[in-house]
Design a protein around this ligand. Structure first.
Ligand SMILES: Cc1cc2nc3c(=O)[nH]c(=O)nc-3n(C[C@H](O)[C@H](O)[C@H](O)COP(=O)(O)O)c2cc1C
Length: 218
């Protein structure tokens, strides 16, 4: 794939408002999209995310409550993702979950786990001031948004449309996730939603500031 083809995909991608209900993304294509989320980078490599693919109509209808920016997408998207980020119980420097994660997923030997934990503790306390639950959660959502960018681009590269969605009330949506979808909201909170499918109509022309305006070279 050359640079022009890649940039063409960036021009092709737009926030799709309504999808063609009749067109479904194949299982293979959607696995590829999820795979680009899985392979996304995250701070310290801790992957503080989980993705729920909401396909059943009754489940999608539940999500409409408080999700003003998602309604038409919930009705028409081929695939609909709710992206969750981990809370402090998992992401604080001394969490048992992270110790297990470093050993089992990252396959680090005990002495490296201890060293990495110390560096992570300093990072949280002194560098990024991640000293309360809210800032730790926001930090985890930042990582989760990297996966969003990758999923949107990966989709566009194979001609699939998408829409990132923040048009919802997090408190209301977390309540639905907890009470009606079995999400443990002590561990996870919603970061964003994202819809995938095929466009119903052509979008408006894309507008962006110039490269000169958004860059400074020193
Ligand atoms: C984090 C995020 C949240 C967004 N939330 C919504 C949303 O709830 N509903 C919607 O229709 N578009 C949403 N958008 C789409 C933006 O409005 C859109 O990306 C922007 O206007 C630029 O247009 P383009 O993506 O078509 O180039 C969101 C975009 C981002 C990145």
């Amino acid at each position: 794939m050359n640079k022009k083809e890649i940039l063409d995909a960036f021009w092709f991608r737009h926030a799709c408002k309504e999808f063609d209900k009749e067109k479904k993304i194949s299982a293979d294509d959607f696995n590829y999209i999820l795979e680009t989320a899985r392979l996304s980078p995250s701070s310290f490599g801790f992957e503080p995310w989980h993705f729920i693919v909401v396909q059943r109509k009754e489940m999608r209808d539940k999500l409409k409550n408080g999700a003003w920016g998602a309604e038409l997408k919930l009705d028409t998207a081929s695939h609909f993702v709710v992206a969750l980020s981990m809370k402090s119980v998992r992401t604080k420097y001394d969490s048992p979950y992270l110790e297990k994660f470093m050993k089992e997923v990252q396959q680090l030997p005990q002495e490296v786990v201890e060293m990495k934990s110390k560096i992570y503790e300093n990072f949280q306390k002194k560098d990024f001031n991640l000293n309360d639950d809210a800032s730790l959660f926001t930090w985890a959502t930042k990582q989760t948004y990297i996966a969003l960018g990758n999923m949107l681009t990966a989709s566009a590269l194979i001609g699939i449309d998408s829409c990132p969605i923040e048009g919802f009330n997090p408190e209301a949506t977390n309540k639905i996730l907890k009470e009606e979808m079995g999400v443990d909201t002590d561990v996870y909170g919603i970061a964003y939603m994202a819809a995938f499918g095929y466009r119903k109509q052509e979008p408006h022309d894309k507008t962006r500031r110039s490269l000169e305006e958004i860059t400074t070279w020193l």
